[in-house]
Design a protein around this ligand. Sequence first.
Ligand code: FAD
Length: 379
Amino acid sequence: MKNEYRVVVVGGGIIGCSVAYHLAKFGETDVAVFEKDFISSGSTGRCAGGIRQQWSSPHNVILAMRSVSLFEKLSGETATDIEYKQGGYLVLSYSEDEAREFEKNVRMQRELGLDVEILTPKQIKERYPYLNTEGVKLATFCQKDGHANPHLANFAYARAARKMGVHLFTHTKVVGIEFHRSSFIIHTNRGTVKTRFVVNAAGSYSRDVGKMVNIDLPTESYRHQIMVTEAVRNFLDPMVISFSGNFYIRQSKHGQFIMGQGDADEKPGINYDVTFKFEKDMVQKMMNIFPPFGNLRIIRHWSGHYNMSPDAQPIIGQSSAVPGFYYAVGFSGHGFMLAPAVGEAIAQMMLHGKSIHVDISELDIDRFKKGVLREKNVV
Ligand SMILES: Cc1cc2nc3c(=O)[nH]c(=O)nc-3n(C[C@H](O)[C@H](O)[C@H](O)COP(=O)(O)OP(=O)(O)OC[C@H]3O[C@@H](n4cnc5c(N)ncnc54)[C@H](O)[C@@H]3O)c2cc1C
């Protein structure tokens, strides 16, 4: 470890590694990433890997569209197959009110240039005969949505960043940060370094890291459980999701089904336990929606966290109170899919004073002074 780096990134999840990768790609390689455990050990390595552009808030649509254009090049750019598949996302609505919301969202998404279809239950059944459409009012579908393997994507960024000169330190926990006008002293369990810029990419621990420089980031982490079945022949091309039905499911490249649902009774905090109730509820729901699933065996079940913001949109920017302190936090269950655009935008802000491809100026912490408009398309 050197005594000084120009940039220190706290967190080796997909956000921290994407920031580091983009900084290096744009020429800044004097970067240290400090990760308290190992690369992809946080929410990234526990997530479903869904990549969706169909959102209710324009910011999320714009960030996701930019991310998709970067995901399309990521395997080639990093020489790592991230198992990226653009099999589409089928978003099911189970209520009339939600169906009207979806129609409104689709108008906004199309205005932003996204190619989205609206499907009737009959059209859904024609395309996906194995899906039970009972109770479904309509679905929206975007073919360019899809999924990738989160571990491979996280490691693709980490390895490519390291190859370009970034220093990655695992099992290195940031325990304190001192701010001295135009520089920071970073205290870790393995030593102390000086830096000009800090990026808080600490995922579920984003609030703790903000507090180290007296910034109260309004984020809270909630446990989310997820499980995977044994592998069968590939037949489910799209990722299927429903907000009112409260589930998502996709089939991986190797044939396993990965699925999850939210739990409105969860309390904020870090909790990695798993419950039998989750398995039972999930299995019952899935056997109703995908009747052929009846004989599938569950092989693994784990949990991770959504780092929630008050409006379920990410909080990204540079602190005005502590110049040089950047944050990319509060991803509210969609940080994997937004990581390419967010990493690029933070790197551009740091090196050029503003992000070039997407405008993130309205996503900083100050937006909460004006009130919140909540992103609704979250499970
Ligand atoms: C069950 C589940 C399903 C999900 N499905 C999807 C999905 O389909 N699509 C999607 O886009 N998103 C999904 N998400 C959300 C997604 O996982 C997160 O938004 C994303 O991984 C956030 O990335 P990150 O790098 O910010 O956080 P993380 O991956 O958690 O990385 C943060 C890292 O910071 C480290 N760290 C924390 N504090 C310190 C410290 N003091 N010093 C050093 N290191 C520190 C942690 O160890 C961690 O590795 C899901 C999440 C869960 C739990």
